[in-house]
Design a protein around this ligand. Structure first.
Ligand SMILES: NC(=O)c1ccc[n+]([C@@H]2O[C@H](COP(=O)([O-])OP(=O)(O)OC[C@H]3O[C@@H](n4cnc5c(N)ncnc54)[C@H](O)[C@@H]3O)[C@@H](O)[C@H]2O)c1
Length: 254
């Protein structure tokens, strides 16, 4: 396999201060990409980049709330200006489920979840597509979830947002196919990130709660999802568009 399948491509990754976004960033950097990393938590993003990616003129770090129309437009244009092109967008930023039963979800929580997870991905795609067209094509990867395919207790807003993201992926694929733009989604099962250790307390507790729900008998590692993301945005997936890759250890196969 080509060790540098993303050589010199410019990839914008949202939610890059989180464990999965950071793993995707590290894998894409190894694959030769230049990176624009975005997160609403600017301090955490900057600290993480310095710690894990080192200082490199191949990495640009920007604070941005993906749910904010003007901030997203400014950030996307800044990335394209800085690198002279934009080839790949990874919509990875998302809110967490608050484990609230559907009738008790507040209007505010419902709107915030849809705003970040769905509208945020749409805004980022909306501003990115003209730059991809200018580059002769590109790829938009939406990080969805196995919970966009199946329900679990107390995750109605999160699940609805991720199911809608699968639909948005298909619409982008159809609308932009003639521009040589592919749109794909990746639906992870549970992945050992701080999102889950925050919820359950420790990695052991996460495993006790979730490993048995996955036929592989364990939950995913960020690096495994980063490999799947790399495949989806690389030329090896050149005939893959409008579709979703479930990388969920068999969670939805049961
Ligand atoms: N960890 C899992 O088990 C799991 C399972 C399925 C899907 N996913 C999906 O994978 C992606 C990454 O998950 P993670 O576990 O690394 O989550 P995480 O919560 O650790 O990271 C998410 C990042 O998104 C950022 N973010 C949140 N709102 C934002 C906004 N409005 N603008 C910009 N950035 C914002 C956060 O600051 C955070 O750094 C998410 O889309 C999540 O839904 C995760």
């Amino acid at each position: 396999m080509n060790p540098k399948p993303l050589q010199d491509r410019v990839a914008l990754i949202t939610g890059a201060a989180g464990d999965l976004g950071a793993a995707i960033a590290a894998r894409f950097l190894e694959a030769g990409a230049r990176l624009a990393l975005i997160d609403v938590d600017a301090a955490q993003l900057k600290a993480r980049c310095e710690r894990e990616l080192g200082s490199s003129d191949r990495v640009l770090v920007l604070a941005c709330n993906v749910a904010h129309p003007e901030q997203t437009r400014t950030a996307v244009d800044q990335v394209a200006r800085h690198f002279g092109a934009l080839n790949i967008l990874v919509n990875n930023a998302a809110t967490e489920s608050t484990r609230t039963p559907v009738a008790e979800v507040s209007v505010e929580e419902w709107r915030r979840t849809l705003d970040v997870n769905l509208t945020g991905a749409w805004l980022m795609a909306k501003w990115t597509i003209p730059h991809l067209r200018r580059a002769g094509g590109g790829v938009i990867l939406n990080v969805a979830s196995q919970l966009g395919h199946v329900a679990t207790a107390g995750s109605s807003a999160y699940s609805a947002s991720k199911a809608a993201l699968l639909s948005l992926t298909r619409s982008i694929a159809v609308d932009c196919a003639a521009d040589h733009i592919r749109a794909v989604s990746l639906s992870p099962g549970a992945v050992m990130t701080s999102r889950l250790t925050r919820r359950y307390g420790t990695e052991d507790e996460v495993n006790r709660a979730l490993a048995g729900k996955h036929p592989l008998g364990r939950i995913g590692r960020p690096r495994e999802l980063a490999e799947a993301a790399l495949y989806l945005v690389s030329d090896g997936a050149s005939f893959v568009t409008g579709s979703d890759l479930l990388a969920d250890g068999g969670y939805t196969a049961v």
